[in-house]
Design a protein around this ligand. Sequence first.
Ligand code: GBH
Length: 475
Amino acid sequence: MNSPTANAALTFPPTFKFGVATAAYQVEGAWDEDGKGENIWDHLLHKNPEFTEDRANGDIANDSYHRYKEDVQLVKALNVDFYRFSIAWSRILPKGDLSVVNQKGLDYYNNLIDEVVANGIEPMVTIYHWDLPQELQKLGGWTNRETALYFRDYAELLFTSFGDRVKWWITFNDPQVISSGYSGDKMAPNVEKPGVGDYLCGHTVLLAHSQAFHLYDSTFRATQKGQVGIVFGGSWAIPKTDSPDDIAAAERYMQFYLGWFAHPIFSQEGDYPHVMRERVAANSAREGLRRSRLPQFSREEIELLRGSSDFLGLNHYTSFHVEADETGPCPSLGRDSGAVLSQDPSWPGSGSSWLKVVPWGFRNVLSWIHEQYNGPNIIITENGFSDRDGRIDDMERISYYKSYIQELLKAIHKDGVKVTGYSAWSLMDNLEWASGYREKFGLYQVDYNNPNRTRTPKKSSKFFAEIARTHKLPS
Ligand code: GBH
């Protein structure tokens, strides 16, 4: 048990970085304070309070807008190297465009970044974590290609204002989920146009990403010396049976979800995955359409996207069984993919219906990315476990982290996957989007009955702090 090799297998390289993550709408509150504009979540949840399980919204959330100094101390106590948080676009640009620049919004993030840096922590900033200014939604949001240009303007303002201190930038968090806001899947802006709106959205997001990346590259990189990446959600797909059809369907699922966004940026040949272009085009023709519902990139856009990322951020939580079948609304991405998802009843559950504990899926998805995209630099930007009571004595969360981090170590040591960082989701309980405050992912508990939103460390915070301090998983 205590042989040197066993210890090496449980040890992270000295340069490996640990972090912890949040996102603006999930923690900040102060939704209309100091000149902040309305975003798509403010708008949706004010208009349709029943959209969330507990009629919750982010008006106050964890009140991090006023309590950021306390938050930074919580981060510090975890012994982590970086804090991943997002910037609320409409706090800085209330109308989405440059017509109004809100100085108080800039002040808030300047203060937060200064506080993070003063405590010896590196800021990792997500530029967009799902909270589009409502003013841009009025123009169609991400289905409008002009939104890519507004995004570039916004990103430029962030690089200019904060790039002296921020060296880690993430353009987008989980574009698959952003797109699901246009297929009626319980995400803002809740536009129901499956199989069309989601592909349009994804297309604009990809173009926006490449614009921001190249802007950084040409104008900021030489002086600021930071890195710009993008984050994907990546569940692992397991063929439901060993039939060739199910094996093919599981691979198709990977291409339709992760490959949709990763292939244009990280593959050798660029563009959307071949299987995706082919199937959406064939289905579109069958529906009598003149063009594929999946938009086309120009040759130039394909080249601008290829290689446009310094690292691949991965949010990983769970795995699915996949069988070959065509179900779901016509049209829809699900039907186009010809992959139907389920989960094994024997997999341990969590506080979230979709999150089952399948640690070995983590290793497999990492290997898949390593092989598909020729060994990119990977940062795990999210991994974590939910419960519904937010208990302090959260042994299930500890065992989740332990088993998943063990698989991560195997990916690094046995499979040679280039993972250089790991961030837990989340620093503290927060607004879990349409699930409200009931699904709790925090290393710290938040008391929503207390106006101070009191934060209390859970046992998992101590466990994680030890891993970050020692760079070792306890055996
Ligand atoms: C992350 O994405 C987010 O980045 C973060 O903000 C969030 O708090 C965290 O996860 C925890 O959820 O019900 O089968 O249709 C998670 C992506 C997208 C995963 C929606 C679950 C629903 C699957 N999530 N998905 S299903």
